[in-house]
Every structure is written in C-alpha cells, then in structure tokens.
Design a protein around this ligand. Structure first.
Ligand code: FMN
Length: 217
C-alpha cells in the first residue's frame, strides 16, 4: 500500500513552460525585480501571494521555518510583523539573520532572499499595529505566541480580558512589532522545460552594488 502511494508521489512532476528570466530582462537591482514579480503574482491572483516562509536559526544552530505575511518592501528591506517573544523572535535575538522564501506556484516562480534582520522603529510598529482590524489587535495582546497554553478556553478568556480592559482602542504591546530583513542575496527562479530552469542570483558587493549572475539549475 505504502509502496504504491510512494510510487505515485514520485511520479508527480510538471514540466514548467510558462515564462523565462534572462540576465537581459531582469532588473539591475533585486528590489525592482521583486516588485515586478510581486505585481505579476497579485495580478495573476496567486493565492496568498504575500505569504512567505521565514527561516531562522537559534543559538543551538537548528533552523526553523514558518509562514508570515510580507507587509512592506522597498530599498530598505522586507518587513513582516510578529511577536518579539515568539520562537522566531528569540531566534532572531540570538542570531539576527534569516531567509525568506516565496513560491508563486501558478507562475512557476520562486524567490529566495537572505540577509541580516533588525526591528523596525517603534513608530513603524505603532502605525502598522493601529492599521490592523480590532480583533487582530486584541488577539496580539491575548496571545503569548509560541508558548504552551492548557486549553482553547483559556485563550478565549485572555482575549475577553483584553477586550474588557482596552475596549476598541488597545495599545500595541511592547512585545509585538515589525522586523525588516536587509537583503544581501536574492535569487529569482523561473521554472523552464526539461529542468533547465532560469536562476538569476543578485549579490550585494563590498561597495554596496548589486551584482547579477546566472546559476545552473
Ligand atoms: C498564511 C499564514 C500567514 C501567517 N502570517 C503570520 C504573520 O504575519 N505573523 C506571525 O507572527 N505569524 C504568522 N503566521 C503564523 C506563523 O506561521 C507561526 O505559526 C507563528 O508566527 C509562530 O511561529 P514561531 O513559533 O516559529 O515563532 C502565519 C501563518 C500562515 C499559515
């Protein structure tokens, strides 16, 4: 039974053929290139095009990953929001480097982004926190993200307490805010026929300029 199942999983494959990416048609810097692909993912209605895997490494050297939502990107970096006391928060305190990964399935595209991570300013975290729906703001207060809790009921109780205490104007908790990854390498992968995919790697050189190279698939 398992053998049959494994066999059929092994047979799952797609020959990618939708598009290509060359040195000539990629932008001179990866933020512009990312913006172009991100817009195309939104226009193509890729489900949750703003969802990315975030990989971190703690002091024990073991990687961990999870999905978060990108909230902003520009020449300063890629930003998401979370709980600073979560597992990822602790790992980023111990080791302030991370890897982001987007997989836009419908477009046969992957983007890998790596670099150093810092917290965004208090005012940026405040601005984003206060732009969130009330229930999300209360949820951020109620949840000690990544810590164990005895039951769902207790979590709901914490939410009700936050609601009672803060009404419809909850303050941003100190343990909640944004991180920004400052990229030093960004790789764009476009699936191609016969597994001869296009891979364009951008690397930031010592002078702060982006260099572009093609990688073998
Ligand atoms: C589609 C999706 C979007 C998510 N977005 C976020 C987010 O923006 N911020 C966040 O803290 N967690 C987000 N999560 C939850 C995380 O994947 C994760 O469960 C949580 O942050 C705790 O991770 P940690 O224990 O490794 O710190 C999202 C999960 C999914 C599936």
């Amino acid at each position: 039974m398992n053998q049959t199942k494994n066999q059929s999983i092994a047979d799952l494959r797609i020959d990618y053929s939708q598009a290509s990416l060359s040195e000539a048609d990629s932008a001179a810097d990866p933020i512009t290139q990312f913006g172009k692909w991100f817009d195309e993912a939104i226009r193509a209605e890729v489900p949750e095009a703003n969802a990315m895997s975030l990989a971190t490494v703690g002091s024990n050297g073991r990687p961990s990953s999870r999905i978060v939502l990108i909230k902003q990107f520009d020449e300063h970096g890629f930003t998401w929001f979370t709980n600073f006391e979560s597992r990822k928060g602790h790992e980023l305190s111990e080791h302030p480097y991370a890897a982001l990964l987007f997989h836009w399935v419908g477009l046969e595209r992957q983007v890998r982004i790596e670099g150093r991570v810092e917290r965004v300013s208090e005012s940026e975290s405040d601005a984003y926190f206060h732009s969130r729906p009330l229930r999300s703001r209360l949820g951020a207060i109620a949840s000690a993200q990544s810590q164990t809790i005895a039951s769902r009921d207790l979590l709901e109780t914490e939410y009700a307490k936050a609601e009672q205490k803060f009404g419809d104007n909850p303050p941003r908790p100190d343990h909640w805010g944004g991180y920004r990854l400052l990229p030093d390498t960004v790789e764009f992968w476009q699936g191609r026929r016969s597994r001869l995919h296009d891979r364009i790697l951008y690397t930031l050189d010592a002078a702060g300029n982006w260099q572009r190279q093609r990688l073998q698939p």
